[in-house]
Write a protein of this length. Structure first.
Length: 87
């Protein structure tokens, strides 16, 4: 079995969701490190929204680029050979 093509938008969506999750984890970890009410409020309002969206967007666009590059290379080399045991 050979993987000859990757769906560009499907990989973009998967990477985008992964980016949202990583961004959310980043926010939770960073909030635990914040000290003082002013720092927590400022960080809360900006990062709770911005970080997950930024990571999600970066993941989406990098997924599109990676899938496109893979499809071009797979067209030349024939793709990745996969072997599955269905037992």
């Amino acid at each position: 079995m050979r993987l000859k093509r990757v769906g560009v938008l499907s990989l973009g969506k998967v990477f985008g969701v992964m980016g949202l999750m990583v961004g959310g984890i980043f926010v939770v970890v960073s909030l635990e490190e914040a000290q003082g009410p002013v720092e927590v409020f400022a960080f809360d309002t900006a990062m709770v929204i911005v970080a997950p969206l930024a990571y999600g967007a970066a993941g989406f666009f990098s997924g599109i680029v990676y899938a496109f590059i893979y499809n071009v290379i797979a067209g030349v080399t024939g793709g990745i050979e996969l072997e599955f045991d269905l037992n």
